[in-house]
Design a protein around this ligand. Structure first.
Ligand code: SAM
Length: 224
């Protein structure tokens, strides 16, 4: 990634396409309140898994527009939003401008060097690992293990490759067609991965699996 990072700069319409896929029709920027409400529901679900308190600092990795960090910030001391896209970071800064406990870091792939070791009570990454290959996940998980304190939680989702055995979904075919048209364009591509492999990488990095929801949403705890 880095200079060739496909996520680095987006026009606003591409940003929404990459954030939401086709979930909010062809003009999602006209439905911002519905999108905020949808993401607030996801934020509550994530928060319920993080086991954090008002005194804690947490990380939102791949924070996008800040639609999840914004509601979650009410329940913690600080949220650090990291993203590899300057466009998303700029949007999120505006979205969260009324909050003084959210900070933003533009990062390079797997580089969490701007965060102090063991300083995080928890981290979450929503709809981000679905775009990563196993090498990227390996390096992020290794980096996250250094930043999350012992006993702290890590929550993220993946796209489960095993589901393809039951059903080659329209979602898969859409991305397969995009890939055929332009194999070089990794923009917002989705990577199907084996849940067993991802769990293995997380364990190797120093996390215990404490909840597995349908092999596609995981709650880990930093081994004590
Ligand atoms: C589909 S959006 C999800 C945004 C947000 N988490 C949400 O659910 O609203 C994916 C986000 O991940 C970021 N991203 C993609 N690859 C990344 C990487 N390797 N490291 C960090 N962020 C990444 C993108 O820039 C984008 O903001």
């Amino acid at each position: 990634m880095n200079s060739t990072n496909p996520w680095s700069r987006h026009s606003p319409d591409l940003m929404f396409k990459h954030l939401l896929g086709f979930d909010f029709g062809s003009n999602p920027e006209l439905q911002l309140n519905e999108i905020r409400a949808h993401k607030a529901g996801i934020a509550q679900m994530i928060l319920s898994k993080l086991a954090v308190s008002k005194a804690d600092t947490i990380l939102d990795l791949g924070s996008g527009c800040g639609f999840i960090a914004n509601p979650i910030s009410q329940s913690v001391e600080n949220v650090i939003c990291c993203d590899i896209s300057i466009s998303f970071i700029e949007f999120a800064k505006k979205e969260c401008s009324h909050k003084n406990n959210i900070t933003f870091q533009l990062i390079k792939d797997f580089d969490l060097g701007g965060i102090l070791d063991s300083s995080l009570a928890a981290a979450y990454s929503y709809n981000v690992f679905i775009h990563l290959n196993l090498f990227q996940m390996y390096w992020y998980l290794q980096a996250l293990a250094k930043k999350i304190r012992l006993g702290g939680r890590l929550v993220f989702d993946i796209t489960n490759a095993n589901n393809l055995e039951k059903n080659v979904s329209d979602f898969f075919i859409t991305f397969a067609e995009n890939f055929k048209k332009n194999p070089e364009d990794r923009d917002a591509c989705v990577c199907w991965n084996s849940p067993q492999a991802v769990i293995g990488l997380a364990k190797d990095a120093g996390f215990n699996l404490i909840e597995n929801i349908e092999d596609s949403f995981f709650v880990f705890e930093r081994k004590t």
